[in-house]
Design a protein around this ligand. Structure first.
Ligand code: NG1
Length: 490
């Protein structure tokens, strides 16, 4: 795959790995959920589903807000997933979508001959819009080979919503996989990831490809170092065996697609890239939108890049007029060429801070992977401590330079610090989850106890009533790396 201008990737063609349909084993842990969903499917549609799709959420261990700049990340798939029960109906072209949580997510019907994604002006997309994005992705990728084949689908998701664990991408990716299968298309996991990443644009988010890549490439037992450049590549990384990763949800929800914060950061990174490319005298500066492309064009290493930023982006705040003057464009050109639908209102741009975060964070990802490899080889006695330090630095940078933390997230981080546990906000931020690294399973138990006592037991009544009955197990839990997307036939 090669990178395109959106920071996602396109397939070049290498070792193909398709999502092969498999039989559900009687002892499989997912049987309970599959049976419940299949029963719901039968109740809704009066027949059994033809196949089941499972696509996981993810937790990113390190490498935040760097994927759309072309830099690598280090996530792992979690057990929380989206399940689909699907039946194809070649006799019509109807999409019938039902959610197991009917009261919260109303069913949706549409004719696939006239598929349209209508986004509300405010409040964020409806749940089924994410699904439609995935269908549209396959429709576009198949072009004239697309057939509007009817699909009946029942959905069951337990990835926490708007919490930085990639619930929206799991939904989009599951729709891509189900639609590809109904269309009779056997697709390589990386191609599916690439299509899914591209689809996210239909919802209005200019995301990178991290969530979709790990949703397909995840493998039980290891995290993945995901590179986007020069082509999408996932390398399994063995996390230190004695460490235990814990996810804690602040319960401050952030619906990325309902706000412009995420796209604002993307725009600031793209503007900073162009600014620096112009300063470096690159004739095609306008077309260079990702830091990684600039790094490559100028053959810079991480340190040289950091110096370039510090020397050329000296102000802590740039106004529209500063950007226009530097890039030699009018304000109207700035809006039409460089800003996007929900960032056109921006007046100030923190180019220096955003650029420094991205470049330093990408350095931390490389160091994290190297230390994990050294630890796996029995080298580097200080390695474990260094990993913790990198996680703390990452969080500090996200809070100070990227400004994407949240007071509730900070309370979780403060408790983690008191417990001497390294933790950081994971995913896009502005709320959502933290990921913490504990020294052992026992240490993780103690840490979780402390979080329950000092954070969760103090929640407002309505949240307490919802989460206390199951001892907060859905909001704070230890997690292990799981498999990526799977397709089961009955
Ligand atoms: P989440 O946590 O799912 O909102 C988002 C982006 C990622 C990445 C992270 C920040 C989407 C679908 N996902 O993740 O690509 O940029 O933020 O590292 O937009």
């Amino acid at each position: 795959m090669t990178a395109n201008g959106n920071g996602t990737a396109q397939v070049l063609g290498a070792g193909i790995e398709i999502v092969a349909p498999q039989k559900l084993q009687p002892e499989s842990k997912i049987n309970g959920r599959v049976q419940q969903l299949s029963a719901f499917f039968k109740q809704q549609f009066g027949a059994d589903p033809d196949f089941i799709v499972r696509v996981p959420g993810r937790v990113n261990i390190i490498g935040e807000h760097v994927d759309y700049c072309g830099y690598s990340v280090l996530p792992m798939a979690v057990s929380q997933s989206i399940f689909l029960a699907v039946a194809k109906n070649p006799s019509d072209s109807q999409l019938q979508l039902r959610n197991l949580e009917e009261a919260k997510f109303t069913g949706y019907d549409a004719d696939l001959k006239t598929l349209r994604i209508e986004l509300p002006k405010s409040g964020g997309p409806a749940w089924y819009n994410y699904f439609l994005c995935g269908i549209k992705g396959i429709q576009e990728s198949l072009g004239s080979h697309w057939k509007p084949i009817g699909m009946r689908i029942a959905v069951d998701g337990n990835v926490p919503l708007a919490a930085g664990l990639s619930s929206s991408s799991a939904m989009v990716s599951s729709a891509v996989l189900a639609t590809a299968h109904v269309q009779g298309k056997k697709l390589d996991r990386r191609e599916l990831a690439s299509i899914s990443a591209m689809c996210e644009q239909y919802i209005g988010t200019h995301s990178g490809g991290m969530d979709q890549a790990i949703a397909y490439l995840g493998r039980v037992g290891c995290a993945h170092h995901i590179e986007f450049h020069p082509k999408l590549k996932g390398t399994p990384v063995t996390l230190p065996a004695d460490k235990c990763f814990v996810v804690a949800n602040s319960l401050a929800q952030k619906n990325k697609a309902a706000s412009s914060d995420y796209n604002e950061r993307v725009v600031e990174c793209r503007l900073a890239t162009r600014w620096l490319a112009k300063r470096k005298g690159l004739i095609n500066w306008e077309d260079i939108v990702r830091f990684i492309d600039l790094e490559e064009a100028c053959q810079m290493d991480n340190e040289t890049f950091e110096k370039l930023i510090k020397d050329n982006l000296t102000k802590s705040n740039y106004m529209r007029a500063d950007i226009c003057k530097e890039l030699g464009v009018t304000e109207q050109e700035l809006e039409t060429k460089f800003l996007s639908a929900n960032t056109r209102h921006m007046e100030q741009f923190k180019l220096r801070q955003r650029a420094l975060h991205v470049i330093q964070e990408s350095g931390r990802v490389a160091k994290f992977r190297k230390i994990c490899e050294e630890l796996a080889a029995g080298a580097n006695k200080e390695g474990a401590k260094q990993l913790g330090e990198l996680m703390r630095q990452s969080h500090e940078s996200l809070r100070e330079l990227y400004e994407c933390s949240h007071p509730d997230v900070e309370r979780l981080i403060a408790i983690s610090n008191q417990q001497n546990v390294s933790a950081r906000v994971t995913g896009a931020g502005w709320g959502g989850c933290i990921v913490a690294m504990c020294d052992s399973i026992e240490a993780a138990d103690e840490y979780i106890k402390a979080l329950k006592r000092d954070y969760y037991a103090q929640l407002p009544t309505h949240l307490l009533e919802r989460h206390q009955p199951n001892n907060f197990s859905e909001v704070v839990f230890a997690t292990l790396p799981g498999n990526g997307a799977e397709l089961y036939i009955q």
